[in-house]
Design a binder for this molecule. Structure first.
Ligand code: HEC
Ligand code: HEC
Ligand code: HEC
Ligand code: HEC
Ligand code: HEC
Length: 455
């Protein structure tokens, strides 16, 4: 009954739910201006003019450059949601922490004195706007901590990776940099801690205690799958690493201009990754009596050995189970995880039916502010509660579905495990309603069953 096929459905939304372990914030930083000597220095520690653009790599590394341009890394400083949130945060913090949000989205611009107090995106240097660009990674020299841009970068360093005996070339020196092949390197940006001390994103912390780590599997193994081919035009055949950095999101807005073919390639990679992420199973009795209740047991299994499902920016993402029960006359007997007319889940954030879906099963995480109210903003949050499933573990819910006396058998029970990068309510809140259609719902797994009715 379960199909492993992944479908992109048309539209909308998400979230709220159950059991959790709250992570409370540590000691708040109360200094007037936020400074971190490594990642958000008070004075520039890098010279942006020492860094080449990705455009300079294309002639010799066309496939790496093409893939990187399609990746989220290339978009880290142009993403419209990022820009809106940064503007809100910088204003809320009276411009005392303007380098905080940019420290990982552009190490070069933040350490190079470009993202200073009161900066505006439009006037930043081209290399800063390249976001997580080639030389930001390939001129890194050492990981010193696995959160908040915790690696050193040296503008005069040779370009590092792990090719055995790299051929000489006229453009750059090469350097063996084993740390680039480590999960710690990815973790140095992918684990995010707010200035309040509240952990926001922690795929690397999750990986550290995961089965993947035990078997030596890194982030690169899943997010940079390898193939063979020349590392540079005309070079020998090598073990290469995909620079699509496949995740869950396509480029949308902010000047993104993907050809239909590129879009299909990125979407195909996302579909494949998400399809490997988790399974949904459904168990229900074969028959039920009208005017009684039907017990529907749903289980979500995280198939990822390396981290929770979901992971990363789980407070922005929507991950949920949609269940509908219809009778033979086509009447909807029951629904949860369905969308309101705005395309939003009927949860806390729904404008049309807030908390209308009391059975909603959501795996997203949520923030609470100092007054105990829900918030979407990291800088207002004092508590972060996750409902994610741990690596290779599962979680089960039982829904009690009342079967109306007039229902006509048999009943069709259909469940979907759904994922969406952003709910429409968030995009509307940020003034980006025009982007809603760019964030489709992915059906990660589906399951269904038929139930005979006895009077
Ligand atoms: C420690 C490094 C780091 C810091 C600091 C950081 N980010 Fe990010 N940000 C990331 C990483 C890594 C991702 C990708 C995670 C994912 O997709 O789940 C990301 C993703 C995002 C996204 C999603 C982009 C998209 O479209 O996929 C937004 C929006 C965002 N960050 C906003 C912010 C804001 C606002 C701040 C400041 C409060 C901030 N970030 C600070 C590393 C960081
Ligand atoms: C004139 C051609 C040329 C240009 C331009 C060029 N490279 Fe290279 N690069 C090479 C060659 C050749 C190799 C070695 C390939 C091999 O041995 O298979 C190489 C190797 C590398 C390696 C592997 C180093 C190692 O030790 O494992 C990295 C990383 C790299 N280049 C990054 C870049 C980046 C980033 C740019 C742009 C800023 C760039 N290259 C521009 C020709 C070039
Ligand atoms: C065993 C394969 C595997 C490993 C190892 C792995 N990932 Fe993932 N990752 C996935 C899959 C599958 C997804 C899609 C499902 C999800 O979002 O959880 C994903 C999603 C992500 C996302 C996007 C989350 C979002 O919703 O925005 C980020 C960011 C990420 N991984 C970072 C990492 C980092 C960092 C590491 C190493 C510390 C890592 N991953 C290791 C398989 C893996
Ligand atoms: C987010 C960090 C990051 C960015 C950005 C990045 N790379 Fe890489 N690159 C890596 C990692 C990690 C490896 C593989 C290291 C390993 O496992 O051996 C790699 C490997 C390479 C190699 C060696 C061949 C291979 O595939 O292993 C080349 C060449 C290269 N990158 C070029 C580029 C170019 C050109 C760009 C920009 C257009 C770029 N990289 C952007 C992280 C990055
Ligand atoms: C310099 C900081 C930095 C480093 C190092 C880094 N990343 Fe990222 N990564 C980011 C940021 C910032 C984003 C979010 C960009 C956006 O969506 O706007 C991101 C996004 C991603 C995504 C896309 C997630 C999604 O939502 O689709 C994946 C996958 C990813 N990174 C994998 C990796 C892997 C694997 C490594 C290690 C080889 C790595 N990253 C190293 C900063 C970094």
């Amino acid at each position: 009954m379960r199909t492993s096929s992944l479908l992109i459905a048309a539209l909308t939304l998400s979230t709220a739910a159950a059991c959790s372990e709250p992570v409370t914030s540590a000691s708040p930083d109360t200094s007037a201006h936020y400074v971190d000597p490594l990642a958000v220095p008070a004075k520039p520690t890098l010279d942006p003019s020492h860094f080449n653009s990705a455009n300079d790599c294309a002639s010799c590394h066309p496939s790496h450059t093409r893939e990187w341009r399609l990746s989220r890394h290339a978009f880290a400083m142009r993403d419209p949601v990022f820009r809106r949130l940064v503007a809100l945060r910088n204003e809320a913090k009276a411009h005392t922490e303007d380098g905080f949000c940019t420290q990982c989205h552009t190490t070069i611009g933040t350490r190079g004195g470009d993202c200073v107090e009161g900066f505006t995106f439009d006037t930043l240097k081209p290399v800063t706007l390249e976001g997580v660009t080639c030389e930001g990674c390939h001129k890194s020299t050492e990981v010193v901590r696995t959160y908040n841009a915790g690696h050193k970068v040296d503008g005069k360093a040779a370009l590092g990776a792990t090719l055995p005996d790299p051929a000489a070339n006229a453009f750059h020196e090469s350097r063996t940099a084993p740390h680039l092949a480590s999960a710690d390197f990815c973790g140095s940006c992918h684990d995010v801690v707010e200035t309040s001390g509240l952990p926001l994103e922690r795929p690397h912390a999750e990986w550290r205690t995961s089965p993947a780590r035990d078997k030596g599997q890194t982030c690169q193994d899943c997010h940079m799958p390898s193939r063979t081919g020349p590392a540079a035009v005309g070079g020998a055949s090598r073990q290469l690493h995909s620079h699509l950095f496949v995740g869950v999101e396509t480029q949308v807005g902010g000047g993104a201009n993907l050809s239909a073919q590129d879009k299909a390639e990125v979407n195909g990679a996302i579909e494949k990754l998400l399809g490997s992420a988790a399974d949904l199973s459904l168990s229900v009795s074969q028959s039920a009596a009208t005017a009684q209740q039907l017990d529907v047991v749903l289980t979500v299994t995280n198939r990822i050995a390396g981290h929770n499902f979901p992971t990363g920016s789980t407070f922005l993402r929507q991950v949920w189970v949609a269940l509908t029960v219809t009778d033979a006359a086509g009447e909807t007997v029951y629904a949860t995880g369905d969308l309101d007319a705005n395309g939003d889940l009927r949860d806390h954030w729904s404008e049309l039916d807030p908390y209308g879906d009391s059975d909603l099963i959501s795996l997203s995480s949520r923030f609470v502010d100092a007054q105990g109210n829900r918030t979407l903003f990291t800088w207002e949050a004092v508590e972060h509660t996750s409902d994610a499933v741990e690596p290779l573990r599962d979680r089960t819910w039982t829904l009690f579905v009342p079967v109306p006396a007039k229902a006509v058998g048999p009943l069709k029970v259909q469940a979907k495990l759904r994922f969406r990068a952003y709910g429409p309510f968030l995009l509307r809140l940020l003034g980006l309603a025009n982007l809603v259609s760019g964030f489709p719902i992915w059906d990660i797994d589906t399951a269904d069953a038929t139930v005979q009715l006895t009077p």
